[in-house]
Design a protein around this ligand. Sequence first.
Ligand SMILES: Nc1ncnc2c1ncn2[C@@H]1O[C@H](COP(=O)(O)OP(=O)(O)OP(=O)(O)O)[C@@H](O)[C@H]1O
Ligand SMILES: Nc1ccn([C@@H]2O[C@H](COP(=O)(O)O)[C@@H](O)[C@H]2O)c(=O)n1
Length: 195
Amino acid sequence: MSFIIAIDGPAASGKGTIARALARHYGFHHLDTGLLYRATGARGGDPVRAARALTPEDLDRDDLRSAEAGQAASRIAAIPEVRAALVDFQHRFAAQEPGAVLDGRDIGTVICPDAQVKLYVTASDQVRAARRAAELGADPAEVLAQLRERDRRDSERATAPLKPSPDAVILDTSTLSIGDAIAAAMAEVERLLPR
Ligand SMILES: Nc1ncnc2c1ncn2[C@@H]1O[C@H](COP(=O)(O)OP(=O)(O)OP(=O)(O)O)[C@@H](O)[C@H]1O
Ligand SMILES: Nc1ccn([C@@H]2O[C@H](COP(=O)(O)O)[C@@H](O)[C@H]2O)c(=O)n1
Protein backbone atom coordinates (compact mmCIF):
# COMPACT_ATOMS: atom_id res chain seq x y z
CA MET A 1 0.00 0.00 0.00
CA SER A 2 1.28 3.44 -0.92
CA PHE A 3 2.30 5.81 1.92
CA ILE A 4 0.47 9.13 1.59
CA ILE A 5 1.50 12.47 3.05
CA ALA A 6 -1.28 15.08 2.84
CA ILE A 7 -0.27 18.71 3.27
CA ASP A 8 -2.86 21.46 3.34
CA GLY A 9 -2.80 25.13 4.23
CA PRO A 10 -3.54 28.66 3.04
CA ALA A 11 -1.80 30.40 0.15
CA ALA A 12 1.97 30.85 0.40
CA SER A 13 2.19 29.13 3.79
CA GLY A 14 5.15 27.04 2.61
CA LYS A 15 3.34 23.76 2.02
CA GLY A 16 4.82 23.28 -1.45
CA THR A 17 8.35 23.90 -0.17
CA ILE A 18 7.86 21.27 2.53
CA ALA A 19 6.08 18.84 0.19
CA ARG A 20 8.90 18.97 -2.37
CA ALA A 21 11.56 18.43 0.31
CA LEU A 22 9.73 15.45 1.83
CA ALA A 23 9.16 13.87 -1.58
CA ARG A 24 12.83 14.28 -2.46
CA HIS A 25 13.99 12.87 0.87
CA TYR A 26 11.75 9.79 0.82
CA GLY A 27 11.77 9.19 -2.94
CA PHE A 28 8.01 9.77 -3.13
CA HIS A 29 5.98 11.29 -5.96
CA HIS A 30 4.83 14.88 -5.45
CA LEU A 31 1.72 16.64 -6.72
CA ASP A 32 1.06 20.35 -6.18
CA THR A 33 -2.72 20.07 -6.55
CA GLY A 34 -3.09 23.85 -6.84
CA LEU A 35 -1.66 23.46 -10.33
CA LEU A 36 -4.75 21.48 -11.35
CA TYR A 37 -6.97 24.43 -10.47
CA ARG A 38 -4.56 26.98 -11.90
CA ALA A 39 -4.32 25.06 -15.19
CA THR A 40 -8.09 24.66 -15.36
CA GLY A 41 -8.58 28.40 -14.91
CA ALA A 42 -5.83 29.17 -17.44
CA ARG A 43 -7.50 27.03 -20.11
CA GLY A 44 -10.38 29.53 -20.17
CA GLY A 45 -13.88 28.86 -21.46
CA ASP A 46 -16.31 26.71 -19.52
CA PRO A 47 -14.41 25.67 -16.35
CA VAL A 48 -16.18 22.32 -15.94
CA ARG A 49 -15.35 21.37 -19.51
CA ALA A 50 -11.78 22.64 -19.00
CA ALA A 51 -11.34 20.52 -15.84
CA ARG A 52 -12.65 17.42 -17.61
CA ALA A 53 -10.27 17.99 -20.55
CA LEU A 54 -7.16 18.67 -18.42
CA THR A 55 -4.01 16.76 -19.43
CA PRO A 56 -0.68 16.40 -17.56
CA GLU A 57 0.87 18.71 -20.19
CA ASP A 58 -1.45 21.53 -19.03
CA LEU A 59 0.41 21.49 -15.71
CA ASP A 60 3.66 22.44 -17.48
CA ARG A 61 2.38 25.84 -18.69
CA ASP A 62 4.78 28.58 -17.63
CA ASP A 63 2.07 31.13 -16.78
CA LEU A 64 0.50 29.26 -13.86
CA ARG A 65 2.40 30.83 -10.95
CA SER A 66 1.15 34.40 -11.46
CA ALA A 67 -1.16 36.16 -8.98
CA GLU A 68 -3.83 36.36 -11.71
CA ALA A 69 -3.71 32.58 -12.27
CA GLY A 70 -4.07 32.10 -8.48
CA GLN A 71 -7.15 34.32 -8.32
CA ALA A 72 -8.74 32.63 -11.35
CA ALA A 73 -8.00 29.22 -9.80
CA SER A 74 -9.71 30.06 -6.52
CA ARG A 75 -12.83 31.27 -8.35
CA ILE A 76 -13.27 28.10 -10.44
CA ALA A 77 -12.25 25.91 -7.45
CA ALA A 78 -15.54 26.81 -5.77
CA ILE A 79 -17.52 25.01 -8.51
CA PRO A 80 -18.39 21.48 -7.25
CA GLU A 81 -18.34 19.94 -10.78
CA VAL A 82 -14.82 21.30 -11.36
CA ARG A 83 -13.60 19.68 -8.15
CA ALA A 84 -15.36 16.40 -8.98
CA ALA A 85 -13.65 16.28 -12.40
CA LEU A 86 -10.21 16.44 -10.73
CA VAL A 87 -10.70 13.78 -8.06
CA ASP A 88 -9.76 10.66 -10.08
CA PHE A 89 -6.45 12.14 -11.22
CA GLN A 90 -5.52 12.91 -7.60
CA HIS A 91 -6.56 9.45 -6.37
CA ARG A 92 -4.50 7.74 -9.09
CA PHE A 93 -1.52 9.97 -8.27
CA ALA A 94 -1.79 9.23 -4.53
CA ALA A 95 -1.87 5.46 -5.14
CA GLN A 96 1.63 5.38 -6.68
CA GLU A 97 4.32 3.32 -4.96
CA PRO A 98 6.31 3.74 -2.83
CA GLY A 99 4.42 6.82 -1.69
CA ALA A 100 3.08 10.24 -2.60
CA VAL A 101 3.03 13.74 -1.16
CA LEU A 102 0.06 15.87 -2.23
CA ASP A 103 -0.29 19.49 -1.18
CA GLY A 104 -3.39 21.65 -1.50
CA ARG A 105 -6.47 22.70 0.45
CA ASP A 106 -8.59 19.54 0.81
CA ILE A 107 -6.10 16.68 0.67
CA GLY A 108 -6.41 15.55 4.29
CA THR A 109 -10.13 16.30 4.50
CA VAL A 110 -11.54 15.10 1.16
CA ILE A 111 -9.06 13.63 -1.34
CA CYS A 112 -6.98 11.40 0.97
CA PRO A 113 -8.84 11.21 4.30
CA ASP A 114 -6.90 8.01 5.13
CA ALA A 115 -3.45 9.54 4.53
CA GLN A 116 -0.87 8.21 6.99
CA VAL A 117 0.51 11.73 7.64
CA LYS A 118 -1.58 14.91 7.62
CA LEU A 119 0.02 18.32 8.05
CA TYR A 120 -1.71 21.69 8.04
CA VAL A 121 0.95 24.27 7.27
CA THR A 122 0.18 27.87 8.11
CA ALA A 123 1.84 31.24 8.84
CA SER A 124 0.59 34.73 9.65
CA ASP A 125 -0.99 36.71 6.79
CA GLN A 126 1.83 39.27 6.90
CA VAL A 127 4.60 36.69 6.80
CA ARG A 128 2.96 34.82 3.91
CA ALA A 129 2.44 38.04 1.95
CA ALA A 130 6.05 39.12 2.51
CA ARG A 131 7.36 35.75 1.30
CA ARG A 132 5.14 35.69 -1.79
CA ALA A 133 5.90 39.36 -2.59
CA ALA A 134 9.63 38.62 -2.44
CA GLU A 135 9.16 35.59 -4.70
CA LEU A 136 7.14 37.49 -7.33
CA GLY A 137 8.88 40.87 -6.95
CA ALA A 138 5.48 42.36 -6.15
CA ASP A 139 4.11 44.95 -3.71
CA PRO A 140 3.59 43.29 -0.26
CA ALA A 141 0.40 45.28 0.49
CA GLU A 142 -1.16 44.25 -2.81
CA VAL A 143 -0.12 40.63 -2.29
CA LEU A 144 -1.56 40.71 1.25
CA ALA A 145 -4.95 41.87 -0.04
CA GLN A 146 -4.94 39.16 -2.73
CA LEU A 147 -3.95 36.41 -0.28
CA ARG A 148 -6.72 37.41 2.11
CA GLU A 149 -9.30 37.48 -0.66
CA ARG A 150 -8.20 34.03 -1.89
CA ASP A 151 -8.10 32.52 1.63
CA ARG A 152 -11.58 33.89 2.37
CA ARG A 153 -12.98 32.42 -0.85
CA ASP A 154 -11.23 29.08 -0.24
CA SER A 155 -12.41 28.87 3.40
CA GLU A 156 -15.99 29.96 2.83
CA ARG A 157 -16.89 27.83 -0.20
CA ALA A 158 -19.47 25.10 0.44
CA THR A 159 -17.54 22.24 -1.21
CA ALA A 160 -14.19 21.08 0.21
CA PRO A 161 -13.37 24.34 2.02
CA LEU A 162 -9.87 25.07 3.28
CA LYS A 163 -9.67 23.82 6.88
CA PRO A 164 -7.44 21.52 8.89
CA SER A 165 -8.53 17.90 9.14
CA PRO A 166 -9.29 17.21 12.83
CA ASP A 167 -6.40 14.70 12.89
CA ALA A 168 -3.86 16.97 11.15
CA VAL A 169 -0.74 18.25 12.88
CA ILE A 170 -0.66 22.06 12.67
CA LEU A 171 2.71 23.49 11.65
CA ASP A 172 2.98 27.28 11.97
CA THR A 173 6.04 28.37 9.98
CA SER A 174 5.77 32.12 10.78
CA THR A 175 9.01 32.14 12.76
CA LEU A 176 10.66 29.09 11.20
CA SER A 177 13.36 29.10 8.56
CA ILE A 178 12.77 26.86 5.54
CA GLY A 179 15.22 24.32 6.98
CA ASP A 180 13.52 24.29 10.39
CA ALA A 181 10.05 23.97 8.83
CA ILE A 182 11.19 20.99 6.75
CA ALA A 183 12.84 19.39 9.79
CA ALA A 184 9.64 19.76 11.84
CA ALA A 185 7.59 18.17 9.06
CA MET A 186 10.11 15.36 8.65
CA ALA A 187 10.03 14.61 12.39
CA GLU A 188 6.29 14.03 12.05
CA VAL A 189 6.76 11.70 9.06
CA GLU A 190 9.49 9.78 10.90
CA ARG A 191 7.09 9.23 13.81
CA LEU A 192 4.55 7.57 11.52
CA LEU A 193 6.64 5.88 8.83
CA PRO A 194 6.58 2.07 9.19
CA ARG A 195 10.08 0.59 9.67
N1 LIG B 1 9.79 28.77 6.41
C1 LIG B 1 9.99 29.64 5.43
N2 LIG B 1 10.75 30.72 5.62
C2 LIG B 1 10.96 31.63 4.64
N3 LIG B 1 10.43 31.53 3.38
C3 LIG B 1 9.67 30.46 3.14
C4 LIG B 1 9.41 29.46 4.13
N4 LIG B 1 8.62 28.51 3.57
C5 LIG B 1 8.39 28.91 2.30
N5 LIG B 1 9.03 30.06 2.02
C6 LIG B 1 8.97 30.83 0.77
O1 LIG B 1 7.65 31.35 0.71
C7 LIG B 1 7.15 31.30 -0.62
C8 LIG B 1 5.86 30.48 -0.63
O2 LIG B 1 6.19 29.14 -0.32
P1 LIG B 1 5.45 27.94 -1.07
O3 LIG B 1 5.40 28.19 -2.54
O4 LIG B 1 6.08 26.69 -0.58
O5 LIG B 1 3.99 28.11 -0.46
P2 LIG B 1 2.67 27.32 -0.85
O6 LIG B 1 1.88 27.20 0.41
O7 LIG B 1 2.99 26.06 -1.56
O8 LIG B 1 2.00 28.36 -1.85
P3 LIG B 1 0.74 28.18 -2.83
O9 LIG B 1 -0.48 28.23 -1.96
O10 LIG B 1 0.78 29.34 -3.75
O11 LIG B 1 0.89 26.87 -3.54
C9 LIG B 1 8.26 30.71 -1.47
O12 LIG B 1 8.99 31.78 -2.04
C10 LIG B 1 9.14 29.97 -0.46
O13 LIG B 1 10.50 29.89 -0.85
N1 LIG C 1 -6.46 21.06 -3.26
C1 LIG C 1 -6.64 22.32 -3.74
C2 LIG C 1 -5.60 23.06 -4.25
C3 LIG C 1 -5.85 24.32 -4.72
N2 LIG C 1 -7.11 24.80 -4.71
C4 LIG C 1 -7.44 26.10 -5.29
O1 LIG C 1 -6.45 26.54 -6.22
C5 LIG C 1 -5.96 27.83 -5.87
C6 LIG C 1 -4.51 27.89 -6.23
O2 LIG C 1 -3.80 27.00 -5.36
P1 LIG C 1 -2.25 27.23 -4.96
O3 LIG C 1 -1.96 26.13 -3.96
O4 LIG C 1 -1.47 27.08 -6.22
O5 LIG C 1 -2.15 28.57 -4.37
C7 LIG C 1 -6.27 27.97 -4.37
O6 LIG C 1 -6.44 29.32 -3.96
C8 LIG C 1 -7.57 27.19 -4.25
O7 LIG C 1 -8.68 27.97 -4.60
C9 LIG C 1 -8.13 24.05 -4.16
O8 LIG C 1 -9.28 24.51 -4.11
N3 LIG C 1 -7.88 22.81 -3.70
